[in-house]
Design a protein around this ligand. Structure first.
Ligand code: ADP
Length: 501
């Protein structure tokens, strides 16, 4: 069953106004009827008292002379008054004379006390009959209330008819007038529903009058206009955003294609580089390997010549042959270095988890004699951590860097510090010395193979390949090698063993 509150506002308005009208009518007619009843009873009571008094006065002679007929005659005069049921005169001996309008109009056996009395169906008055201030009898007059009851019934019936008529009029009027309120509300609700269903903020509510509902419709329309405006702005912003996103997507797509093309080209170049690097390594390996045999031949034959024909040769030829032997020896050393370099590039790295501190100490041990001779102070602030790398190659890195740090030092108190730094990226190892330092202009060229900054025999000599090999090993571990140096004060070589993050 539908709740009362769910009923349409139109019916509610009709019901409310009809109910109010009916209720007002019921209250008004109820009050009128009640007032009329009270007034009728008071009037009846007053009339009956006056009548009783007149009859009492007119009966004094009849009662004092015991003239019953005269008394009855006086009583019969009451007939003119409608509603009288009985009128009785009592003397000292009891009932003296009586008048009864009908069969029910019996007199009581005794009149009772003086006064006016009301029962459900009748009203009666008891009054004294007085002669010269002496009570000679009592008069009792009783009237029925039928007239008042009939009046009440008539009033109620007419009230009911008026009520029905007025109710109907109220119903018709309120059915007609409710439109003044329910129609604009219905319009507003309909517009709201349509806006919410269709999301169309161009719709507007109809303003029917300049009352509060009209104001409501205007405010609602204003709100719709603002929403419409904002909607339009939003749509424009959305369109703008979409076009920007589209434009950016297109740009990104182009960039992506460009990057892909570059990447593909890079992959090709890389493959080409790998191939040519390998070819170069192979070539260096094969060439140096193959060059060694004839070189050894030159060296041996120069030796034979000196041994077998030494006596027949003059001093200059002797010296030239010795130079030839020295040069071929040096060339062999260079070829060996080249071969080693080529091998470092070709051999597969054997990565393992190892104790780098141990590797460092092995490298130091291999250089121990020279270090002691030169009185180099080796400083290791803290043990090196474990690392994932190729044991032999990293040992070689430490050996080369420590050997250089030891060699290129002209200070009376030499020291070398080996350690690592905790940085954000991969761990950075370093080998620091207080040696001669490296001029800024040579900081790149020293990594070229066979590049030396000093005359051949100075600082203990060397092939000029140590740093080239160190760089190759570090790069094969995907790390980086760089240096910081202050001429005359020292050099620090840094390296990492994994890619930068
Ligand atoms: P080599 O030591 O055989 O000459 P390297 O490749 O190891 O070859 O070094 C190249 C050059 O770099 C050296 O000749 C030297 O001049 C310079 N160098 C290397 N290490 C240091 C260092 N710790 N201090 C100063 N100079 C150095």
């Amino acid at each position: 069953m539908r709740r009362l509150g769910d009923i349409s506002i139109r019916y509610k308005l009709v019901a409310i106004s009809t109910l109010i009208s009916v209720a007002a009518l019921v209250v008004a007619s109820g009050a009128l009827i009640a007032w009329d009843q009270v007034r009728s009873r008071t009037e009846l009571s007053n009339n009956l008292q006056t009548l009783t008094k007149i009859v009492a006065e007119n009966s004094t002679a009849a009662v004092s002379y015991f003239d019953t007929d005269a008394a009855v005659g006086t009583l019969q005069a009451i007939r003119a008054q409608s509603g009288i049921e009985a009128a009785c005169i009592f003397d000292r001996n009891g009932l003296f004379a009586k008048y009864a309008a009908n069969e029910g109009g019996a007199c009581p056996s005794s009149p009772g006390a003086d006064g006016t009395f009301l029962s459900g169906t009748s009203l009666w008055v008891v009054a004294p009959i007085v002669l010269e201030n002496q009570r000679i009898g009592t008069i009792y007059v009783r009237s029925g209330l039928q007239e008042i009851a009939a009046r009440l019934r008539l009033q109620m019936l007419s009230s009911l008819i008026i009520l029905i008529g007025a109710g109907s009029v109220a119903l018709i009027l309120s059915s007609w007038l409710q439109g003044l309120i329910s129609t604009p509300i219905g319009d507003l609700a309909g517009t709201m529903q349509a806006v919410s269903d269709r999301k169309d903020y161009r719709l507007r509510a109809v303003k029917r009058a300049n009352d509060e509902l009209g104001g409501l419709a205007s405010s609602f329309n204003l709100m719709l206009a603002q929403i419409e405006e904002r909607d339009a702005e939003l749509l424009a912003a959305k369109a703008e955003l979409e076009s920007r996103v589209e434009q950016r997507t297109e740009e990104l797509r182009n960039q992506l294609q460009e990057t892909q093309r570059t990447q593909e080209a890079l992959v090709k170049v890389n493959a080409e580089l790998v191939r040519s690097n390998k070819e170069l390594d192979d070539f260096a390996y094969i060439a140096s390997h193959d060059l060694k045999e004839p070189l050894r031949g030159i060296h041996s034959y120069s030796g034979f010549l000196l041994e077998d024909y030494g006596g027949k040769l003059d001093e200059e030829a002797h010296s030239r042959l010795e130079t030839l032997m020295r040069l071929s020896q040096r060339m062999e050393m260079l070829i060996d270095t080249l071969l080693h370099f080529a091998r470092v590039g070709r051999v597969k790295l054997a990565h393992e988890h190892l104790d780098l501190d141990e590797v460092l100490h092995e490298a130091i041990d291999s250089l121990r004699i020279r270090l002691t001779e030169l009185g180099v102070d080796i400083r290791i602030p803290r043990p090196l951590p474990p690392e994932f790398c190729d044991r032999t190659r990293i040992g070689e890195v430490f050996q080369n860097l420590i050997a250089n740090a030891m060699k290129y030092n002209d200070k009376p108190e030499k020291w070398i510090e080996i350690g690592y730094e905790n940085s954000d990226g991969p761990r950075t190892y370093y080998v620091r010395d207080n040696g001669i330092g490296i001029p800024a202009k040579h900081r790149e060229s020293i990594f070229r193979i066979f590049k030396r900054l000093h005359p051949r025999e100075k600082f203990g000599g060397g092939a000029g390949a140590g740093l080239t090999i160190v760089r190759k090993i570090v790069e094969r571990h995907l790390g980086r090698l760089w240096l910081e140096s202050q001429e005359g004060e020292g050099t620090t070589f840094f390296f990492t063993l994994s890619p930068d993050r």
